[in-house]
Design a protein around this ligand. Structure first.
Ligand code: PHE
Length: 454
C-alpha cells in the first residue's frame, strides 16, 4: 500500500500560473498541425463549427470535472482519483482510471515527440533557405527524405524530448511554473506576427471562405466524430493533465471560469493558426485536403515562394516547437508523478524512466517510416497513424467517458459544490447537467460508432 500524502507534490501560488500552465498544455500540435489537416480533410467551415460545439457541450464540462478531481484529491491522477472516490465511499478500483489516463498520455507523448522533432528539423531547414523557390514536388521530396532518415529523425526528437524532460525534472514550481510564463507570451507574439504575414502575402478571402462558411450539406457522422476527438485532443483531456494541474492550483480558484478561459484562449489560437496557414496555402494553390503532410509539404512550399519566406517560415516552425513544448510537458507530468507516488522514487528517477520509454517508442516510430520498413511512410495502418487513431478515437474518449460518469453520476454533489463554490448555482447545475445528460451519452455514442466503424 502506498504511503503517499495529499498535496505532497507541491503547487503554484498564483492562479495565473495555473491558467497559463493549462493554456500551454492546451495549445500545441493539435491547434496547428492536427487541426489544419483535419479541417482540410473534412471540408472546413462545418467541421470548425462542429468542433466548437463539441468543445462547449462536451469537452469543457469534462475538463472541469478533471480539474475538480485534482483540486479535491491533490495528487497524481491515480492517487487523486482514489482519494476522491474514498470520500464518496466508492471503490478503490476507480484509481485504474487514473492509471489508464497516465498510460494514454505516455502513448500520445511517443508520437508527439516525433512530430515535434519534424518541426525542429524544419525550423533548421527553413533558416538555411532549403525551401527557397522550391517546387511543390521538391517540398514533397524534402519531407520524404526526412522520413527516410531515421538517424536524423531520432536526433531531433531526442533533443526535443531532452528539453521536455529537463523542465519536468525541475519540478512543479521552477520547472513547469516558470516555463509557462515564458511560453505563452512567446507563442502569442509569434502567432500574431505570422497572421500579419499571411494577411500581407496570402489569399485571405479564400481562407475565410474555407474556414468560416457553413455548408450544411457537408455534415457527415464521420466528421462529427473526428471533431469531437479533436475537441478532446486540443484541450488535452483524457491524459490526466487536468487532474495533475488541478492538484497544483492554489486553493479557492474559480475552477469553471478558469477552464472556460483556457478553452476560449485555445480556440482563438486555433483559429488564428488557421488564419496564419490557409491564406498562404490558397495563395499558392495548394489543396487543403492533403492530410498529415499539409504542414510539412504544402506550407513550406508556400513559405519558400513568398518574400522573406525563410524568415517567417523559420518563425512558424519555432512557433510549432514552442507550443509543442508546453503540451509535451503536460503529457509527461501526470505519469511522472504517478510513478513518484507509486514507487516512492524521486522526481528525477521517475522522469528518467518515462523519458527512456518515450525515447524507445519514438525510435520505433522513426524507424517505421524508413523505406525498407514494410510499412509505407505515414500510411494508414502504419504504427504512426495507428497510434494517433487509437489514442484520439478510443483511449481519450474512454477516459473522458469514465471521468464524466465518475464526476457526473457517482461522486457526491456536495463535494463537487465545495470545489466549485466560486461559481454560481446556475453554473454548477448547468455543468452537472451537461456532464450527465450530454457528455456521458455523447461520448458513449461516439465510442460505439468508432468501434463499429473499426
Ligand atoms: N492539447 C495538446 C495539443 O493540442 C495536446 C495534448 C494532449 C496536451 C493531452 C496535453 C495533454 O496539441
Amino acid at each position: 500500500m502506498s504511503t503517499a500524502h495529499r498535496g505532497e507534490l507541491g503547487g503554484w501560488q498564483s492562479r495565473t500560473t495555473f491558467v497559463l500552465a493549462l493554456s500551454a498544455s492546451a495549445v500545441g500540435l493539435g491547434n496547428i498541425w492536427r487541426f489544419s489537416y483535419l479541417a482540410g480533410e473534412n471540408g472546413g467551415g462545418p467541421f470548425v463549427l462542429t468542433y466548437l460545439l463539441c468543445l462547449v457541450l462536451v469537452a469543457v464540462p469534462v475538463m472541469i470535472a478533471e480539474v475538480v478531481i485534482g483540486t479535491h484529491g491533490r495528487g497524481s491522477p491515480p492517487m487523486a482519483i482514489r482519494w476522491t472516490a474514498d470520500r464518496s465511499m466508492l471503490s478503490r478500483g476507480w484509481m485504474l482510471l487514473g492509471v489508464l489516463a497516465c498510460f494514454t498520455g505516455l502513448l500520445v507523448l511517443c508520437y508527439y515527440v516525433v512530430v515535434a522533432g519534424w518541426a525542429v528539423d524544419y525550423a533548421w531547414l527553413m533558416q538555411a533557405g532549403e525551401f527557397g523557390s522550391a517546387s511543390a514536388a521538391d517540398a514533397g521530396a524534402i519531407f520524404g527524405q526526412l522520413l527516410e532518415d531515421p538517424p536524423r529523425l531520432i536526433y531531433w526528437q531526442s533533443l526535443f524530448l531532452l528539453l521536455v524532460a529537463a523542465v519536468v525534472a525541475l519540478g512543479v514550481r521552477i520547472g513547469i511554473g516558470l516555463v509557462v510564463w515564458l511560453l505563452v507570451p512567446v507563442m502569442m507574439v509569434l502567432l500574431l506576427v505570422l497572421v500579419k504575414f499571411a494577411f500581407d502575402n496570402g489569399d485571405i478571402a479564400a481562407a475565410q471562405e474555407f474556414l468560416f462558411s457553413v455548408k450544411l450539406i457537408d455534415f457527415t457522422p464521420e466528421a462529427v466524430l473526428t471533431a469531437l476527438g479533436q475537441a478532446f485532443f486540443t484541450l488535452g483531456i483524457g491524459v490526466g493533465t487536468g487532474i495533475s494541474y488541478g492538484a497544483y492550483a492554489p486553493e479557492r480558484i474559480p475552477v469553471g471560469r478558469s477552464v472556460m478561459a483556457v478553452a476560449i484562449f485555445d480556440s482563438v489560437l486555433t483559429l488564428l493558426a488557421g488564419l496564419a496557414i490557409f491564406p498562404l496555402l490558397f495563395a499558392h494553390n495548394m489543396e487543403p485536403g492533403m492530410g498529415v503532410g499539409l504542414l510539412f509539404v504544402g506550407l513550406p512550399y508556400a513559405f519558400g515562394n513568398s518574400m522573406q519566406g525563410e524568415v517567417f517560415g523559420t518563425l512558424f516552425f519555432v512557433l510549432v516547437v514552442v507550443t509543442a513544448l508546453g503540451s509535451a510537458i503536460a503529457l509527461m507530468e501526470p505519469i511522472t508523478t504517478a510513478l513518484m507516488q507509486r514507487l516512492r522514487v524521486r522526481r528525477i528517477i521517475a522522469v528518467l524512466m518515462v523519458t527512456a520509454v518515450v525515447w524507445l517508442g519514438g525510435v520505433v516510430l522513426a524507424i517505421s517510416f524508413a523505406p525498407d520498413g514494410y510499412i509505407g511512410p505515414l500510411a494508414e495502418g502504419g504504427p504512426f497513424r495507428w497510434l494517433d487513431r487509437i489514442t484520439s478515437a478510443v483511449l481519450l474518449p474512454v477516459v473522458a467517458l469514465f471521468t464524466a460518469v465518475l464526476v457526473g453520476w457517482r461522486l457526491r454533489p456536495e463535494i463537487l459544490r465545495v470545489e466549485l463554490y466560486r461559481e454560481s448555482t446556475l453554473f454548477f447545475s448547468l455543468w452537472r447537467l451537461l456532464l450527465r445528460y450530454i457528455a456521458t451519452p455523447a461520448i458513449a455514442l461516439m465510442l460505439v460508432m468508432a468501434l463499429l466503424a473499426g
